[in-house]
Design a protein around this ligand. Structure first.
Ligand code: 5GP
Ligand code: ZN
Length: 121
């Protein structure tokens, strides 16, 4: 989709360093990190969100999760968070499916506060 920034990244129209690429997905650093380590893993196909996945997307959905796990391992992260924001009410800003890989915190307060503010603060 021409107007979609993540399609443009996946199609290499916006130059972006990929830390991982297969026929179906790419992974790259988030431009405005919300954690010390913050990567995005996206399908090359334009799918709006988790809410728009159907049975043709089984392999892609699995590949996103395995790629995030493998990237976290490569980065030496012992623990991390994997987040899909779904729809504007779920905090999704870019309407192209993406999995956030978040990690690298070194204290429990920061770990607990991410990826959303604690309700009991
Ligand atoms: P969302 O809120 O939609 O789940 O997350 C979108 C994420 O994409 C945000 O964390 C934002 O910083 C990141 N982002 C938005 N535009 C770009 C871009 O052009 N390049 C990269 N690398 N990240 C982007
Ligand atoms: Zn797109």
């Amino acid at each position: 989709m021409d107007s979609c920034v993540f399609c443009q990244i996946a199609n290499k129209k916006i130059p972006t360093h990929f830390v991982f690429e297969t026929a179906g997905i790419v992974a790259f650093k988030d431009i405005k990190p919300s954690a010390p380590v913050h990567y995005l893993i996206i399908p090359k196909e334009h799918v709006k969100s988790v809410a728009h996945l159907n049975e043709t997307h089984d392999a892609i959905a699995a590949e996103l999760i395995f790629a995030a796990r493998d990237l976290a391992d490569k980065l030496g992260l012992k623990g991390y968070k994997l987040v899909f924001n779904v729809g504007s009410e779920g905090g999704q800003v870019i309407d192209h499916l993406h999995l956030h890989l978040l990690g690298g915190w070194n204290n429990k307060t920061d770990i607990d506060a991410m990826p959303h503010p604690r309700l009991d603060k």
